[in-house]
Design a protein around this ligand. Structure first.
Ligand SMILES: [Zn+2]
Length: 198
């Protein structure tokens, strides 16, 4: 029988479900929350509940939003004929800093069989549906330049064959293994400008 109260056990178990958190880290985080005067378990709990109950995914681009559609998709000045496909919502923020004027599609991950991420786990069907609806001239695939990102880009190109004529990939201004979320705006602007056919 464990000497630890069940509240502590449960918190450790919940932390252990998060990616990259092993049992040791889960214990450390739990006891940190318990002891620290700065960390606020109430604030953390409230934020986590709000995260799941108040946030939605945009019905067009799958970006996180509070409304049915995100502010980018409801902005009539954006070019809706160009869709930039990214892995994560934070990549959208990065491209917004790089003055991109089209719209986005957030996949919420990349193909990675080892992590159980197949086409069904990504927002790929939604992308195909958008493209099939018409009015899309170009799809720019901006997944990260690593093995999973490249495999995902190739898969998307195959899926879009016969649906979208122009499918492009960011130029190699981004080094292999780079993370778009952390790329600076000059590099992103250049890689957008120099995009190539996929
Ligand atoms: Zn949107």
């Amino acid at each position: 029988m464990s000497l630890l109260p069940p509240q502590i056990q449960q918190t450790i178990e919940e932390f252990s479900k998060l990616p990259g958190i092993g049992p040791k880290s889960a214990e450390r985080l739990t006891f940190h929350l318990l002891r620290s005067s700065k960390a606020s378990p109430e604030g953390l709990g409230r934020s986590l509940v709000q995260l799941k109950t108040e946030l939605k995914y945009c019905s067009d681009c799958e970006m996180v939003t509070l409304q049915d559609k995100c502010p980018i998709c409801t902005d009539s000045s954006r070019d809706r004929s160009t869709i930039l496909v990214v892995e994560d919502p934070l990549d959208v923020i990065a491209f917004e800093r790089a003055s991109y004027k089209g719209v986005y599609h957030v996949l919420h991950g990349v193909l990675s069989p080892i992590d159980g991420m197949g086409p069904q786990q990504l927002k790929l069907a939604e992308l195909l549906q958008r493209c099939r609806a018409g009015g899309v001239d170009e799809v720019i695939v901006a997944t990260n330049p690593d093995i999973e990102g490249e495999a995902t880009a190739t898969y998307i190109r195959q899926q879009l064959e016969g649906i979208v004529f122009k499918v492009t990939r960011l130029a190699h201004g981004l080094p292999m293994g780079a993370d778009i979320e952390f790329a600076d705006q000059v590099t992103l602007k250049e890689s957008l400008a120099g995009r190539r056919s996929l």
